[in-house]
Write a protein that binds this ligand. Sequence first.
Ligand code: ZN
Length: 305
Amino acid sequence: MKHIALFFLLYSSLQAFEYNLVPQKLAEGVYCFFGKLENITKENGGNMVNTCFVQTKCGFVVIDSGPTYDYASQAYTQMQKIAKLPIRYVINTHDHDDHWLGNSFYKEKGALLIGPRTYEQNIFKGMETRMQKVLGKSLFGKTTIVKIDTIVDNNLSLSVGDKRFEIKQFEPVAHTKGDLIVYMPEYKLVFAGDLVFNDRLTSLRDGSLLGSLKVLDAIDTLDASIIVGGHGYATDANATKHLKEYLLTMKKEVQNALDNDISMEAVTKKVLMPQYKEMKLYDILHSRNVFDAYQELEMYEEEEE
Ligand SMILES: [Zn+2]
């Protein structure tokens, strides 16, 4: 009996996490995997992120590679069921680890990795990522950190087979200090990365409230009919609306608090925005967002003076 138990323990530790990825078709040749509206846990294997892929005549272009090597490998299996084609490019929208830790798998497959300058600046071999800390060694599996091949500072146009991709960085600081969007003009489609969130709250910890608002306006100016965010399920032309309203309300209420000399310590108790209380991750992220917005708007005021 003891042996059987040991066998199962060993066997399960060798088994890869089963992500059960199911591609959702958004347009001809355009698919995404939608992750859970949660924080990273062992139970979800880090699958709380959206990643996408586009089929072209000469191979796939992947937008964000997901949380682990195994996730990317299972995504690849799904792609190959659609067409037996190589992976040509992986475009990383930003340097948060839920979006790029699948890179090592795609590199092995010969894909060229594209990303923002911050990838080169902030990601290095041997660093311990948040994902690794939460998932632990066995779930993290074969995931390693690999270098990027091409850096995009402002714009890059990419033609792959029959499809065109315009990679753009609209603002120096928005969700992070290097956020790329991928625009497909023929499809009027934007892969917005974490510049767009739906159905759950965003985090301002590495970014800027004002920059995020500017980028959301810039995305709306593209007049896209499909907008895919890094988290959440809405992908229509109004996909930017929820985050925009959240940030505009926060800007107004935090500005109000500053005008009324509310202290930094008191502001998180003052700007509760109860209409967002039912949103996923409110308890974890909202008060930190208010705190970050307060610091940013206070600094902005000082610069203006
Ligand atoms: Zn993210």
